[in-house]
Design a protein around this ligand. Structure first.
Ligand code: NAP
Length: 266
């Protein structure tokens, strides 16, 4: 396999640090540079926690792309910056692999059009954990045969949105194969608001928020005399890196924008 030259944007962040490590540890990847908000002109190795990582730090994306030869940009920053980075990378024929979340539907559509016009591959994946993507796929398969479903998602207590994007995506994937169906007793009544969780096409979604958790979800199926539980746990940010690696490899062989890792795992 040819060496893939990679630029990481957001290298000092929690995800970015792991991405720098993953690129360094992958034989056929080469870290070409990093894009940061600070430390322009310095070497990454001079910053705390990056001993021996001898690549340049840029704050100007145009300067970075004109001075550094690269195939892929991994973006793990913020929604505003990530959008500008992704657009600029496509314009420079550099393939973006984007983990940054929070792009609007309009921005996604615009990036999709741009990637198509330029024939440049781009992967935007709101969840890089391969296990989480498999959990969604397995749940979709199970729902064909067991159509009574409840989703419980559990996250750290700093999370702002509920239910999680992964829970919503799971319910959407299940609804592609499951007829809408009201679950529970037809006359059931909540004696305390929210007791039965949120509802999507009759599926109930419950959100747990506790310190100590990272990102977890279980999908429960019930039928006469049996239940099935499909559960995924992310215990740390390293859990996302095998997915980032697959996306960097895959993006080299596509010429459009792909949204969601479930669309690249067969
Ligand atoms: P984080 O720790 O806050 O890191 C974000 C980094 O981006 C920070 O180092 C920040 O620098 C840097 N940054 C901000 N503006 C920048 C710019 N203009 N140029 C370069 N770097 C810039 O956040 P995180 O937990 O690593 O998450 C990063 C993103 O990934 C978020 O959008 C998060 O939702 C997403 N995420 C995705 C997945 C997935 O599976 N796809 C999983 C976890 C997180 P400063 O520190 O100087 O502000």
């Amino acid at each position: 396999m040819d060496t893939v030259k990679v630029i990481v944007a957001g290298p000092r962040g929690r995800m970015g640090k792991e991405a720098v490590r993953m690129v360094q540890e992958t034989g056929h990847f080469e870290l070409a540079a990093v894009l940061d908000r600070k430390y322009d002109g310095q070497r990454l190795g001079d910053l705390e926690g990056f001993d021996g990582v001898d690549v340049p730090v840029f704050t100007d994306i145009h300067q970075c792309f004109s001075e550094v030869e690269a195939d892929v940009l991994i973006d793990l920053t913020t929604p505003e910056t990530g959008y500008v980075h992704t657009k600029t990378a496509i314009e420079h024929n550099i393939r973006p692999v984007v983990g940054t979340t929070g792009f609007t539907d309009g921005q996604l559509e615009e990036l999709k059009q741009l990637a198509k016009e330029k024939g440049v591959g781009c992967i935007i994946a709101p969840n890089f954990a391969i296990g989480a993507v498999l959990m969604m796929k397995f749940s979709q398969l199970a729902a064909k045969y067991m159509d009574s479903v409840e989703i419980i998602e559990l996250h750290h207590d700093r999370k702002l949105d509920a239910p999680s994007g992964t829970a919503i995506k799971t319910a959407q994937m299940i609804s592609e194969v499951r007829e809408e169906k009201k679950q529970g007793h037809p006359d059931e009544k909540e004696t305390m608001t929210g007791a039965r969780g949120a509802e999507m096409e009759g599926m109930h979604i419950h959100s747990v928020r506790l310190p100590g958790l990272i990102a977890h979800q279980q999908v429960l199926f019930g039928a006469d005399g049996q239940t099935l539980t499909i559960r995924h746990d992310s215990y740390n940010r390293a859990s996302f890196m095998s997915g980032v690696k697959v996306c960097v490899e895959t993006v080299m062989n596509v010429d459009t924008l792909i949204y969601g890792m479930e669309n690249i795992l067969d």
